[in-house]
Design a protein around this ligand. Structure first.
Ligand SMILES: Nc1ncnc2c1ncn2[C@@H]1O[C@H](COP(=O)(O)OP(=O)(O)O)[C@@H](O)[C@H]1O
Ligand SMILES: [Mg+2]
Length: 417
């Protein structure tokens, strides 16, 4: 099979790492890929821009399956552009991608499907915000409707703060057109987890539960980031519970999408809050998670490629996925200053000291004059498999300490239950 993988992060390196071991793979292209994927397939230079250009290229190269890593190309309609040329893509078309591209749309679908989620209201002006604040207790959860690069959700302790934030989004257009609408929702408490499923029409195949760590600092403090690390499995979602959540969340949602004429073929990611009253869906993403994928992929015993290919054709294979019992933990090494401003171009050293069983997923790296340098906020994902979470923590942190670059930073408490 000739596969094209879109994206350049740790998630894409993890997918490329898995695909490169598949018996069914004939050729792997990564657009644009990174130094990690360059060792596993052929990187295509240039940032992803126009879905039509990319789809033309895919047709010329006789690509059998395009896997789309990040959400933006899906929201822009890349899967539709490929489909118009008779090419298969794993990832929904523009309509299906609105599940992630518009939080109000996701809420509407969840309500219609009866998927458990926080109570909410959609508002478009400050008067409506004021009414909501008068009727509901603090803390307040404000969500910009559109894509805001993981920065569009604000938790406000009191009305004054909620007013200020609402003003900056609705009036000062802090998130541009992504903030034309706001979703105001009930504040939920609990631990978070991610449950992903490979979906095709009304059918789905659950992946293993995982947990990412979004906040920058130990103890879940500090600003939200693109992810400081992740692990799988998650003790709070035992196997029976995972199946139950599948029936409670994915089954009705996919049915609802079908009723609306949306044939969803791709990965659907449910971000969950495990509250004392049960799991609630915080959001849906229309793709693999980053860094959850880095913690899931190494646990796979089965070849995922035939499953991905089948889903893109509208089928879920009867054969279940086999997973290793071990725990996988991925610790992201980030550049000092991230998620704010940070330096790029720092030399990376120590990779040769890492134990061969440790997987290093590249995220923000580049080669310059034959040397590996930092080229992004999230630089490398140090990933280990071990018999349990504690052993995985020990091993991952030992390995993480061997890699050096100026102002290297990482969390030290990932996977602490
Ligand atoms: N209703 C809620 N109650 C409490 N915390 C929430 C709620 N909704 C979101 N959050 C917090 O904000 C984070 C980001 O919200 P999410 O809906 O996942 O949006 P995005 O990932 O697009 O920023 C969540 O991971 C969670 O920590
Ligand atoms: Mg989220």
């Amino acid at each position: 099979m000739r596969v094209l993988l879109i994206g350049s992060g740790g998630r894409e390196h993890a997918l490329a790492w898995h695909l490169s071991r598949s018996r069914e793979l004939e050729q792997l292209y990564c657009w644009p890929g990174n130094p990690g994927t360059a060792l596993l397939g052929e990187n295509i230079e240039g940032e992803y821009q126009d879905p039509e250009i990319l789809a033309d290229w895919a047709r010329k190269q006789e690509i059998d399956l395009t896997l789309v890593g990040p959400e933006a190309p899906l929201v822009q309609g890349l899967a539709d552009s490929l489909a118009r040329r008779g090419l298969l893509a794993l990832g929904p078309g523009r309509e299906g991608a609105r599940l992630e591209g518009s939080k109000s749309r996701a809420k509407e679908l969840m309500q219609k499907a009866g998927v458990p989620t926080a109570a909410h209201q959609v508002v478009e002006n400050l008067e409506e915000v004021e009414d909501y604040l008068a009727e509901n207790p603090a803390p307040y959860v404000l969500k910009a409707d559109g894509l805001a690069g993981g920065k569009g959700v604000l938790i406000c302790e009191d009305r004054e703060q909620a007013r200020r934030e609402a003003h900056s989004i609705l009036e000062e257009e802090r998130f541009g057109s992504a903030g034309k609408k706001l979703v105001l929702e009930e504040f939920l408490e609990g631990r978070e987890a991610s449950l992903l499923a490979l979906c095709a029409g009304g059918d789905f195949l659950l992946l293993e539960p995982s947990r990412d760590h979004k906040r920058l600092l130990n103890g879940d403090q500090g600003p939200n980031t693109g992810g400081m690390g992740a692990y799988s499995p998650v003790a709070d979602i035992p196997p029976g519970e995972k199946e139950r959540l599948g029936q409670e969340i994915f089954r009705p949602l996919l049915q609802c999408l079908q009723q609306e004429g949306i044939d969803y073929r791709g990965v659907l990611y449910a971000g969950l809050m495990l509250t004392p009253a049960g799991a609630r869906v915080l959001e849906f993403n229309v793709r693999f998670g980053d860094p959850e994928t880095q913690a899931l992929i190494p646990r796979l015993r089965s070849d995922l490629l035939p499953h991905l290919h089948a889903a893109a054709r509208g089928k879920i294979l009867a054969e279940p996925l086999q997973w290793k019992e071990e725990t996988c933990l991925c610790v992201n090494l980030v550049a000092g200053g991230y998620p704010g401003s940070y330096e790029k171009g720092q030399a990376i050293s120590g990779l040769e000291k890492v134990n061969p069983s440790t997987i290093i997923f590249h995220a923000g790296t580049a080669y310059k004059g034959g040397r590996l340098i930092t080229a992004g906020g999230r630089v490398l994902g140090v990933t280990v498999l071990a018999e349990d979470l504690e052993a995985a923590r020990r091993q991952a942190y030992f390995e993480a300490s061997k890699i050096e670059f100026r102002d290297k930073f990482y969390r030290h408490d990932l996977g602490r239950e």
